[in-house]
Each structure stands twice: as structure tokens, then as C-alpha cells.
Design a protein around this ligand. Sequence first.
Ligand code: SF4
Length: 406
Amino acid sequence: MANLNQIPSGNRVHIGFFGKRNAGKSSVVNAVTGQNLAIVSDTKGTTTDPVQKAMELLPIGPVVIIDTPGIDDEGELGALRVKRTKQVLNKTDVAVLIVDAQLGIMPEDQELIQLFEQKQLPYIVVYNKSDLADLTEKMEKDTFIQNKIAVSALTKENIYELKEMIGRLAVKEKPHFPIVQDLIERGDFVVLVIPIDAAAPKGRLILPQQQTIREILESGAVAVVCQPTELKETLAGLSKKPKLVITDSQAFGQVSQMTPDDILLTSFSILFARHKGNLEQAVKGAVAIETLKDGDAVLISEGCTHHRQCGDIGTEKLPAWIQNYTKKKLNFAFSSGTEFPEDVTSYSMIVHCGGCMLNEKEMKYRQQSAMDQQIPITNYGIMIAYIHGILKRSLKVFPDIEKYLL
Ligand code: SF4
């Protein structure tokens, strides 16, 4: 049986808990999770970072619980507090606001509700301490709140019902496209080119590679996996022409030369941009490199801070390739982890990593935010393919998108 802790964070429902310190947020988090998480202190003036923990939560399934510091904590005020809350909301699938039922909804709670609504985020207001009073009348007065429930963290009254409510709101948006299933048929050969170099994680393949292999197998097709150095030999040894070659973006140049023109070639980045519904935006974003001028700023954004699977692509290779391609004097700015800027209007272009450590919600937020501000956004793989002149070839599988190339 699969170890549930191996389910990647990006595929789990993210549940954010919010509220004032004295509303009993930590007690409700503990009652819901059945664990003594005690991850955020309820003591005044002790703001800490939001803390997240992956777990299996019945009846919802694999989740990430995000416990946030008290919204009224004095250690962090005003704009900074709102900024941090928004960063958590960008990846939250369902928000749970704990209010002290005896006090009712306070101005700070109201501020949070406004943020949830701005982000169009499903949320539940939990009236805690139902053991101390009959809350029916109080709850009925708050007619503007659609999802509300009275619970007692102390007696566990309605805790299971709260979890069911979270589960109902947590229905995740499904990606529009499969990864590769609609491009292949039973019996087809598909060659996957995966470099095992210093940037590859030890002892395993990364998630996009695993997921692609899984879909190929589910389609009844045959996945043949090799490194770039073995590609020529592999192609020569196959008893029939492969339907498709899929490569890691970094090996694109090499793989493109070795793969005969009559074999379709694409990359994991392109398949995943389509899978997540943003291939068109990413291709248009890459083409925007043609419009860069001297003095323009380019934001390179990474989804995590440890560069585990991406080596120095974002910090060194991409800026050098972009500079060299455009021959312009550009200013590069970098962001990583949760630090994606809210206002991106000072940039002429954004190049984002594949975001394998970010959940779908967060990636969509970033893309939408760039689109709303009319700033082109693309991803590493598509940018690399464009700069090296192989994007056209790798989009042949998707003629509808190929037309966006100049
Ligand atoms: S989140 Fe981005 S930078 Fe981090 S490993 Fe994944 S693709 Fe690389």
C-alpha cells in the first residue's frame, strides 16, 4: 500500500485555519486533526510563521493543514499581516475561520472574511465554544455567512460534521487535459528522455516523470525510458517507430538533433503546461521575449527555496540565455517560495519554474495575477525551448497552440 505521506503536497487539499488567538483556534485544529499539533502559539505577541502539516483526514482524505498565527497578534500589524495572510490564502483550498461564539464576529474576523471573498475562496465560519451557550440565535443573525457551524473543541460536538463540511467544499478543480493519454493509442511506443545528472533527485524520478509513465501504462502503450546519451541507441533498437519522444527541457537541443524529423517530439514542461490548462498563455508569454528592450526587468520566479530539482537554471542559466538571445541590457529580479510579488507591473516578463512544489491553486493564482496585470508569463521549459529554436517542433503535437508562434 502506498505510504500516504508520499502523496505530494501539491495533490492534497489545503485547509487553512484562521482566527483570533482567544477564539480557540488551536483547540479546534487539534480536535479536527485528532493530534496535538500545537503548532502556533496562542500567547499574545508571539507571532510565528504559518505552519503546515500533511496528514490523512477522514472523511476528506490526504490534506495539508495550515495553522496561521492569530490575526490579532500584536507582533505583526497592518499591511504585513494582511500580506502574510494573503500568501497563505493563495494556496488554500478551503478556509476555516474560528470565532469565539460568545463574542461573535469581530472586526478582525470581518477583515478575514473580506479577504476570503476577494479571493473567491470557499470558507466556513466556525462558532467555537458551543458548550458554553446555545448559539442558534447568534448564528442565525449572521445571515451573510453561507457556511457556518457551531462546534465545541472541548466536547467535540459537531467536529465530525465540520470535517464533512470541509470535504464538501474541497472538491478540487480537475485539470482540463490529460498529460499524454489523448495523444497515444494502445500498443504505441513512447520514449521518455530523462537525464540522471546532479540536478536529479537521488534514487527516484520526479513527480511529472512518474505521472507521465503512469498515464502511458494506463493507456496500454509502452514507455521506454532512457538518458539523452542512450537515445540514439534506443531509437535504433526499437522494432517500430515511436509515436512520441518526450524529453526533459534541459536536454532539448541534444534530443532534437537525435530524433528524426518524422517522430513527434515534445517536453514534460509542455505536456504539463497543457495538463494544467495554461499552455497557450505560456507560449504567448515566451514569444514576448521578442519585445524586451534595454532596461526592462524580467522576474524569474521559483516555487521553492531549496532549488532541489532545478539546480542553477533559474539563477544562472536562464538569465544568461535570455540576455544572449535578446542582446539587450536587462535587469533580472528573482523570487522564490511564497514570495511571489503581488504587484508585478514593474516587470516586462515573468519566467516561472514548473512549480512542482506548489499546489494547483497557487500556480493558477500566479498566472492569473500576471494576466490580470497584463504581464506575459511563461515557464522555464517553454522559454528554454523557444530560445533554442525548438519550441515550434515541440508544439507540432498541438497545432492549435503552434499558431501563436511568430
Ligand atoms: S518548485 Fe520550482 S524550483 Fe522548486 S523544484 Fe519544483 S520546479 Fe524546481
